[in-house]
Design a protein around this ligand. Structure first.
Ligand code: ADP
Ligand code: MG
Length: 499
C-alpha cells in the first residue's frame, strides 16, 4: 500500500524574501516525483522544510493522512524522510572510508560508551551498497571517490535508517551521462522497493525519463501538478516561465567590424597546442567541443590564468603581454569562467561588492580611496538592467540562485567595460528563463561592438548565438565554420575527432 506525504499551505520568509507562499505538494511511496521550477522558485527551500532544516515556516505536513510535526532533521528522519543535498562534498568526511561515512550517524551516536566494532561497520555498509547494487569498496577513502560515488554513499547513508521518502536535490547537475544512468538505475531500484523519490532537476529530458509525476513551482508558489504521461516538455517549460516559450536566441543584425583579438600559435604547458583564432568587433565566436577538449584552458590562457609556453596574442594589432589575470583586465579582457562559484564571484561578498570588483580603479578618486557612492549607484543600475533577483545590493551572493549568481559574474564585467568578453559555459546550471536573459546580455555586448568568445559543449547554444565557430578537439582548433552554414551534427562530427 502506498503511503501519502502531503504539504499544505507552506509559507516561509527570509529577510527581504518570501521564499514560499502557500505551497501545496503531494506525493506517495513507490513514485518518482519531479519537482521543477526556475532558479529561485523555492524548490530547495520547500524540500528543506520537509527535511527539517527550518522551523520558522507555517503550514501543515501530513504523513499517511496524519498531521506530523517536523522541526528538525531528526524529526524528519524519524518519519522516514531523508534528503541528499546538492553539495555532496560538504556532507562527507574526506579522510574517512566509505564504510565509516555510510555509518557516520551510528558511529557518532555511540559517544564514548563502547568501542566500535569496525568489522561490523564495514559489513553493514557493504550490505547496504550491495542492496543498491553498487560496487565500491567500503575501505576506500571518501576523498578518492568520484562525484557519482559520493552521491551513492550519501544515498546509502539515507537508506540505513528507515527511508520512506528520499529527496534528491539536483543530483545530476555535476554528473556525466554514464554516472547519471547509474544514478537512475538506483532510483528505479528504490522505486521497486517502494521508496518515494522526490527528484529536483533542470534537465527536462531526464525528468521525463525517470519520473511518474511532476510538480512545477514559480516565484515561491505552486503552479501545477501533472502526471508525466499527460504533459510535455514544452508545456512544463511554459509553466515554469509563466509564459509561452518564444525563440530563446535573440536575432540581431549587426555589422561585423575589424579584427579585435588575434591568437597565433598558442601553446600552454598542458592541453593547448598550436591554437590559432581571431575575433572581430561585434562578432560572437563560438568554441565548440566536448568536455575536456581544451576550451576552458584556452579561455584561461587568454585571460592570463593559465601558463602560456609560446605563441602570441594581439589586441587591435598590438601584441599583448599577459602573464596574470591582472594584466588581462588592464588590457581590456574579461572572463566569465566556468567554475563560477570558485572563480567567477566571491560568494561570501555582497552583490554590490562583486559587481564593482573588476573595476575598482574606475571608482577610486584622486586620493585612491573608493568612491562608495559612485560604486553603489553603478551596482544598482546593473542590478536593474540585468534583472538580478536579489533582496538588495547588500545581499551576499551565496544566497542568490545559480542563474542570478551568473548574472552577477557577467554584470561585473559590464561595469568594467572590456574590449573582449570570454564566456566559458555561461549557461551551466542555469534554468531556461535565466538562460534567455544571459543570451540577451551576450548579444547586447556584440551589438555594442564588443568581441565575444562563447565556449560551450551545448551545441544548440553555439548554433543559436554565434556568428562563427571554431571546433576545438584535443587542444587544437581543428575546424572553422560559419554558423549559418553548419549544423549541430557537423559540429559534433568534428568535436569527436571526425576528419
Ligand atoms: P530553488 O531551489 O528553486 O532554486 P531556493 O529554494 O533555493 O530556490 O530559493 C528560493 C528563494 O529563497 C530565492 O529567492 C533565494 O534567494 C531565497 N532563499 C533561500 N534560502 C535563503 C536563505 N537561507 N536566506 C535568504 N534567502 C534565501
Ligand atoms: Mg535549489
Amino acid at each position: 500500500m502506498a503511503i501519502t506525504l502531503e504539504m499544505k499551505n507552506i509559507s516561509i520568509e527570509f529577510p527581504g524574501v518570501k521564499a514560499l507562499d502557500n505551497v501545496d505538494f503531494k506525493t506517495e511511496t513507490g513514485e518518482v516525483h519531479a519537482l521543477i521550477g526556475a532558479n529561485g522558485a523555492g524548490k530547495s527551500t520547500l524540500m528543506k522544510v520537509l527535511s527539517g532544516a527550518y522551523h520558522h515556516f507555517t503550514g501543515e505536513i501530513f504523513l499517511d493522512g496524519e498531521k506530523i510535526n517536523i522541526q528538525s532533521p531528526k524529526d524528519a528522519q524519524d518519519y522516514g524522510i531523508q534528503i541528499v543535498y546538492q553539495e555532496v562534498d560538504t556532507a562527507l568526511i574526506p579522510y574517512l572510508s566509505v564504510g565509516e561515512n555510510i555509518m557516520l550517524n551510528e558511529t557518532v551516536n555511540m559517544g564514548k560508551k563502547t568501542f566500535m566494532n569496525w568489522k561490523e561497520v564495514h559489513r553493514k555498509a557493504a550490505d547496504i551498497l550491495k542492496t543498491m547494487n553498487v560496487d565500491v569498496s567500503t575501505r576506500k577513502l571518501a576523498s578518492e571517490l568520484t562525484l557519482a560515488e559520493k552521491q551513492m554513499v550519501l544515498i546509502a547513508r539515507s537508506l540505513l535508517q528507515e527511508c520512506k521518502f528520499l529527496i534528491l536535490d539536483e543530483p545530476t547537475a555535476p554528473l556525466s551521462n554514464k554516472e547519471t544512468s547509474e544514478l537512475f538505475r538506483i532510483v528505479r531500484e528504490l522505486k521497486k522497493q517502494n521508496v518515494g523519490v522526490i527528484f529536483i532537476s533542470h534537465r527536462l529530458p531526464e525528468l521525463f525519463e525517470i519520473c511518474d509525476e511532476i510538480t512545477v513551482m514559480r516565484n515561491g508558489q505552486f503552479v501545477i501538478n501533472e502526471q508525466i504521461a499527460q504533459t510535455s516538455q514544452n508545456k512544463v517549460v511554459e509553466h515554469m516561465l509563466g509564459r509561452k516559450l518564444e525563440d530563446q536566441f535573440p536575432k540581431l543584425n549587426v555589422e561585423i567590424g575589424e579584427t579585435v583579438l588575434e591568437v597565433k600559435g598558442l601553446h600552454d604547458t598542458g592541453k593547448i597546442k598550436n591554437m590559432n583564432l581571431e575575433v572581430k568587433a561585434a562578432e560572437i565566436v563560438g568554441l565548440a567541443g566536448l568536455v575536456g577538449a581544451g576550451k576552458t584552458e584556452l579561455c584561461k590562457a587568454l585571460f592570463g590564468a593559465e601558463k602560456v609556453k609560446s605563441g602570441e596574442i594581439f589586441l587591435r594589432g598590438k601584441k599583448l603581454k599577459i602573464n596574470t589575470p591582472y594584466d588581462a583586465v588592464k588590457q581590456g579582457m574579461a572572463l566569465v569562467p566556468e567554475e563560477r562559484r570558485k572563480e567567477g564571484v566571491l560568494v561570501t561578498e555582497t552583490v554590490a561588492t562583486n559587481l564593482t570588483a573588476a573595476s575598482l580603479k574606475r571608482f577610486s578618486g584622486v586620493f585612491s580611496f573608493l568612491n562608495f557612492k559612485a560604486e553603489k549607484q553603478k551596482a544598482a543600475e546593473v542590478i536593474t538592467s540585468l534583472g538580478i533577483k536579489t533582496p538588495s545590493a547588500e545581499t551576499k551572493v551565496q544566497n542568490l540562485s545559480g542563474g542570478n549568481q551568473q548574472k552577477v559574474a557577467i554584470g561585473k564585467w559590464l561595469i568594467a567595460d572590456a574590449d573582449v568578453y570570454v564566456f566559458d559555459e555561461p549557461t551551466k546550471g542555469v534554468d531556461v528563463g535565466a538562460k534567455k536573459d544571459i543570451f540577451e546580455l551576450i548579444s547586447g555586448l556584440a551589438q555594442r561592438g564588443k568581441a565575444v568568445i562563447y565556449a560551450s559543449c551545448e551545441l544548440s547554444e553555439i548554433i543559436g548565438i554565434t556568428d562563427r565557430v571554431y571546433v576545438i578537439y584535443d587542444g587544437e582548433a581543428v575546424k572553422e565554420l560559419d554558423t549559418n552554414s553548419t549544423s549541430e551534427e557537423e559540429l559534433l562530427f568534428y568535436s569527436t575527432g571526425g576528419k
